[in-house]
Ligand binder design. Structure first.
Ligand SMILES: O=P(O)(O)OC[C@H]1O[C@H](OP(=O)(O)OP(=O)(O)O)[C@H](O)[C@@H]1O
Ligand SMILES: O=c1cc[nH]c(=O)[nH]1
Ligand SMILES: [Mg+2]
Length: 207
């Protein structure tokens, strides 16, 4: 499985703001917005483009547009904090939604929302979720996408745990990962260490 770690100094800076327990909700959301821009920028580096003729004020030249904009799929709640920024960078993208809440005891994802196009064959998909911990939520989401024919999925995460990456790889699902960090491990409660805490709670308050 292809894992791209975006370890640019500016990505490290925003991630450090998110990790810091003193960062309040507004500053956390702002840092996630800015980090999302960097992650999407790197995730689209190899994206195919189509050429079009354009006129500058001075001359005719070749312009380029994304040939096949991805479907953006934020995983609620925490992934909502990435959706607007991703959409600003790729304004032609369509958006689907998945809502999952991880059970604190079993660590299993409980689905509560699914709003996705019927067919995803030959469409790239970007799943937006800041946290890849056990990988249960991401595997669940990509299974939904694969059932609709998706074969080209990118998981865009602020943080990933080695356990989640392993689970994703072992799932055999068609996915690559773009993340700002692969952290050390999960703790006994399934939280990423050192991590940043609960990404949903830190943006929106406790559930
Ligand atoms: O890899 P996993 O072990 O499945 O954990 C990761 C999931 O946990 C968080 O969501 P959470 O269930 O806390 O919901 P929230 O975004 O509403 O807070 C996070 O945003 C992921 O979706
Ligand atoms: O560390 C973690 C693990 C899962 N979900 C979070 O929001 N944080
Ligand atoms: Mg949460």
């Amino acid at each position: 499985m292809d894992v791209l770690v975006v370890d640019h100094p500016l990505a490290k800076d925003r991630l450090s703001t998110m990790r810091d327990a003193r960062t309040d909700s507004a500053a956390f959301r702002a840092a996630l917005h800015e980090l999302t821009v960097m992650l999407i920028y790197e995730a689209t580096r190899e994206a195919p483009v189509r050429a079009e003729r354009i006129h500058t004020p001075v001359a005719r030249t070749q312009g380029y547009r994304l040939a096949n904009p991805p479907l953006l799929v934020p995983v609620l709640r925490a992934g909502l904090g990435m959706a607007d920024q991703a959409h600003k960078l790729i304004p032609d993208a369509q958006m689907g939604f998945v809502g999952l809440a991880r059970d604190e005891e079993t660590l299993q994802p409980t689905p509560y929302l699914e709003s996705l196009p019927e067919s995803l064959a030959s469409r790239p998909v970007f799943v937006l979720d800041p946290m890849l911990a056990t990988g249960g939520s991401m595997v669940y989401t990509i299974q939904l996408l694969a059932e609709r024919g998706a074969t080209d999925v990118t998981a865009i995460c602020a943080l990933a745990a080695p356990e989640g990456l392993k689970r994703l790889e072992e799932s055999g699902l068609p996915v690559r990962v773009v993340t700002a960090s692969v952290d050390e491990r999960l703790n006994d409660s399934g939280f990423i260490v050192p991590g940043l805490g609960d990404a949903g709670d830190r943006q929106y308050g406790p559930r």
